[in-house]
Ligand binder design. Structure first.
Ligand code: ADP
Ligand code: ZN
Length: 622
C-alpha cells in the first residue's frame, strides 16, 4: 500500500517534468532553426529569405540556405537586434508582416509549471512525512501501521515443537470457524490470549496460524511503534484498530511486543510516559468494551510478562496465558523438519543429530541455521544440503562467523591458546561436565578470540549443585590457565566471569544452594508480577545485611572454584604446555587428538582423586 502510493506520486512528478520540458521546447517550436542575427542579415541581403514575421523581440521566417539540396524553404528564427529592419526587407523584396507577440504561453510555461512542480514535490514530501509520523494531516485516520492480511497462508503445520500451545489454540479456531455454535450454548470464549515466550519461538507464527487455520483476517501491529508517536495518536490508533476489526469480524487482532505498550503504569519511567499511558488506557477501554461473542479474538505476544501492567492480566482482559517455550530436542527435530522441506536435503541428513547439536536454539535460529547450511551448499556447488554444511553452520551460528583473515600477534595467540586449553582441561578433569567437542583459536565474530565447544549430551531440566560448581570452575579455567602460565591475567575472560557470576548468583538467590543463606528464595523482583498479578509487593524483600551476605557468598563460591581450577591446571602443567604448542600450530584440536588429551587428563584426575581419598582415609585412621 505505502509503496504503491509512493510510486504513484513519483510517476506523477516525473510526468509533470516531462510535460514541462516538452512544452518549453514547443514554445521555441519544433523544427525551427535558430540562427544568429548576422546570418539572417546576410541571407536577407543575398536574397535567400522569402518571407518573415517580425515581432518585438523575434523574427521568424522562411529561408533557402545556400547549402540546401532541395529548394524547400526552411523555417528559421532569430533574436531581433536592430530596431529598424524594414529598410533591409524592402530592399531585398522580402514579404513581411508584423506580429504581436503573445506572452501568454511563455508566461504560463515560465511561471505556472515550476509552481506546479514545486507543489508536486511538496505534496510528495508531505506524504512521506505523513507516513513516517503516522498521520500528520489526518490525525488518527492513518492506518499505515496496522497491517491487515486477508488471506493468511500459514497453517498449524508450519509451527512445530509447540504442541501444548497448539492444543490450547484449537478451541479458538473452532470458535472462529463457527461462532454461533459457541454462542448458542452460551460458552465463554477468552477475549485476550497472551503468548508468553522468548523471542523467535514462533509466537507471531502461531497467531498467524490461528488466522490461517480458521481463514479469518489477521490484523497486526507492534507495541513498540506506539511509543514513538505524537501524544494522542496511539489512543486514536487503538480505537481505529478495534473499529476496523469489528467491521471485519470474525478476525484476529495481534499485538506484538505488548510489553512496550503495556508496561506497568508509572513503572520504570521518569515522570511517566503520557503517550504510552494514554494508549494503554485506550486499549483497556476497548478490551472491556467489546463483546467476545462477536468474533474478534485478541492475541498478544510478549517475552517479558513480568513487567506488564497487572491491569492487562485481569479476568476479562488477557486472561489466558499460553507459554511458548524454547523447543526441546524433539521439538527442534520437528522444527528442522518443517524448514528442511524448503531446501533439498541430502539422503544422509539426519535431523535428529542436528537437533542434538543445537540445544537452546529456538525456531527462528533453527530456520536461520537451515538457511545458512543451504547457502553453504550452494557455495560449494553441491546438489543437496549435507551434514558437513550443517556442522559448519552450527559453528557459525554458535560462535559467529569464522574470521580467518584477522591477524592476531603471536603473543596474543599464545595467551588465547592457553586460555582455551584451560577451559578444556578443567572440564576434562571434572566429572559430570559436558564433553569438550572442539577447541579452536581461530578468531570468530567480534568478541570471541577462541572458543571451547562443549556439547551437552542431552537436554537438561535439573542441575545438581556439583554440576553447577563444575560449570563455574570450567568457566574460570581460562583465566586460571593464564595465571598459572604467565603469572599475569588478560581481559579475555570478561565473558567467562560474567557467566560464572550469574550462575553463582542464581545458586545463592534462587536455588537456595548456599549454606550461609539457607533454603530461601531471594530473587523476588523477577517474576512475582506475572505469577501473581494481584499482589503489589514486588522488589527484593531482604535486608541490607542479607544483601551483604549474598555478595559475600557469591564471592566465596567464585573464589573456591577458581582455586579448584588453579589446582587442576597446576597438576596438569606438562599436558597443558605440550598441547598449547600443538594448538598454536594447528589452531584447532578435535577428534582423536582431543580424545587422547581428554583421556590423559581424566586418568590423572582419577588417580588424583584416589590419592586424595587414600590420604583422607589415612588421616582419618590416624
Ligand atoms: P516470535 O514472534 O516468537 O518472536 P516468530 O513467530 O516471529 O517468533 O518466528 C520467526 C520465524 O522463526 C518464523 O517465521 C519461522 O520461520 C521460525 N520459527 C519460529 N518458531 C518456529 C516453530 N515453532 N516452528 C517452525 N518455525 C518456527
Ligand atoms: Zn574463556
Amino acid at each position: 500500500m505505502q509503496n504503491q502510493n509512493r510510486k504513484r506520486t513519483l510517476v506523477i512528478i516525473g510526468a509533470m517534468w516531462l510535460a514541462y520540458l516538452l512544452l518549453n521546447s514547443f514554445s521555441t517550436g519544433v523544427g525551427i532553426k535558430s540562427i544568429p542575427y548576422s546570418e539572417f542579415l546576410r541571407l536577407a541581403r543575398e536574397g535567400n529569405v522569402s518571407e518573415v514575421a517580425v515581432s518585438d523581440n523575434v523574427i521568424q521566417g522562411k529561408m533557402f540556405p545556400e547549402d540546401a539540396t532541395s529548394d524547400k524553404a526552411e523555417v528559421f528564427q532569430t533574436v531581433r537586434v536592430d530596431g529598424e529592419i524594414s529598410g533591409v526587407l524592402e530592399e531585398n523584396g522580402i514579404e513581411y508582416t508584423g506580429k504581436i507577440q503573445s506572452d501568454f504561453l511563455s508566461n504560463l510555461l515560465a511561471w505556472v509549471f515550476p509552481v506546479l512542480l514545486f507543489v508536486g514535490i511538496w505534496y510528495f514530501l508531505m506524504k512521506r512525512f505523513q507516513q513516517q509520523q503516522g498521520g500528520f494531516m489526518t490525525l488518527g485516520k492513518n492506518k499505515a501501521k496496522i497491517y491487515m492480511e486477508n488471506d493468511v497462508q500459514v497453517s498449524f503445520e508450519d509451527a512445530a515443537g509447540v504442541e501444548e500451545a497448539k492444543q490450547e489454540l484449537v478451541e479458538i479456531i473452532d470458535f472462529l470457524k463457527e461462532p454461533e455454535r459457541f454462542t448458542r450454548v452460551g460458552g465463554q470464549i477468552p477475549r485476550g490470549i497472551l503468548l508468553v515466550g522468548p523471542p523467535g519461538t514462533g509466537k507471531t507464527l502461531l497467531a498467524k496460524a490461528v488466522a490461517g487455520e480458521s481463514s479469518v483476517p489477521f490484523f497486526s501491529l507492534s507495541g513498540s511503534e506506539f511509543v514513538e508517536m505524537f501524544v494522542g495518536l496511539g489512543a486514536a490508533r487503538v480505537r481505529d484498530l478495534f473499529k476496523q476489526a469489528k467491521e471485519s469480524a470474525p478476525c484476529i487482532i495481534f499485538i506484538d511486543e505488548l510489553d512496550a505498550l503495556g508496561k506497568a503504569r508509572g513503572f520504570g519511567t521518569v515522570g511517566g510516559h503520557d503517550e504510552r499511558e494514554q494508549t494503554l488506557n485506550q486499549l483497556l477501554v476497548e478490551l472491556d468494551g467489546f463483546d467476545p461473542n462477536m468474533g474478534v479474538i485478541l492475541m498478544a505476544a510478549t517475552n517479558r510478562p513480568e513487567i506488564l501492567d497487572p491491569a492487562l492480566l485481569r479476568p476479562g482482559r488477557f486472561d489466558r496465558q499460553i507459554l511458548v517455550d524454547r523447543p526441546d530436542k524433539q521439538g527442534r527435530k520437528a522444527i528442522l523438519e518443517v524448514h528442511l522441506k524448503k531446501v533439498t536435503a541430502a539422503e544422509s541428513l539426519d535431523d535428529g543429530t542436528i537437533a542434538g547439536m543445537t540445544p537452546g536454539m529456538e525456531g527462528a535460529e533453527l530456520a536461520n541455521l537451515v538457511n545458512e547450511a543451504a547457502l553453504l551448499s550452494v557455495r560449494r556447488n553441491k546438489a543437496a544440503v549435507g551434514m558437513a554444511e550443517f556442522e559448519e553452520a552450527v559453528e557459525r551460528v554458535v560462535a559467529g562467523l569464522e574470521k580467518k583473515n584477522r591477524l592476531i600477534n603471536p603473543k596474543e595467540k599464545e595467551i588465547v591458546a592457553y586460555h582455551e586449553l584451560g577451559h578444556a582441561i578443567v572440564a576434562m578433569a571434572l566429572p559430570e561436565t559436558d564433553p569438550v567437542q572442539k577447541i579452536s583459536i581461530i578468531p570468530r565474530g567480534i568478541a570471541a578470540l577462541g572458543y571451547t565447544m562443549q556439547v551437552p549430551t542431552e537436554d537438561r531440566f535439573l542441575m545438581r549443585r556439583t554440576e553447577l560448581l563444575n560449570k563455574i570452575a570450567t568457566l574460570l579455567g581460562g583465566r586460571a590457565a593464564e595465571e598459572v602460565v604467565f603469572d599475569d591475567i588478560s581481559t579475555g575472560a570478561h565473558n567467562d566471569l560474567s557467566r560464572a557470576t550469574d550462575i553463582a548468583r542464581s545458586m545463592v538467590k534462587e536455588y537456595g544452594m548456599s549454606r550461609q543463606l539457607g533454603q530461601v528464595y531471594l530473587a523476588h523482583d523477577k517474576q512475582s508480577r506475572f505469577l501473581n498479578p494481584n499482589t503489589d509487593s514486588g522488589g527484593g524483600d531482604y535486608s541490607a545485611m542479607t544483601a551483604h551476605l549474598i555478595d559475600k557468598e557469591i564471592r566465596r563460591i567464585i573464589d573456591d572454584q577458581y582455586q579448584r581450577a588453579l589446582a587442576i591446571l597446576k597438576s596438569n602443567r606438562d599436558i597443558l604446555d605440550q598441547t598449547a604448542v600443538t594448538l598454536m600450530e594447528s589452531e584447532v584440536i578435535e577428534g582423536n587428538q582431543l580424545n587422547e588429551l581428554s583421556k590423559a587428563v581424566f586418568d590423572r584426575a582419577k588417580l588424583g582423586n584416589e590419592a586424595e581419598r587414600d590420604g583422607a582415609r589415612q588421616a582419618l585412621a590416624a
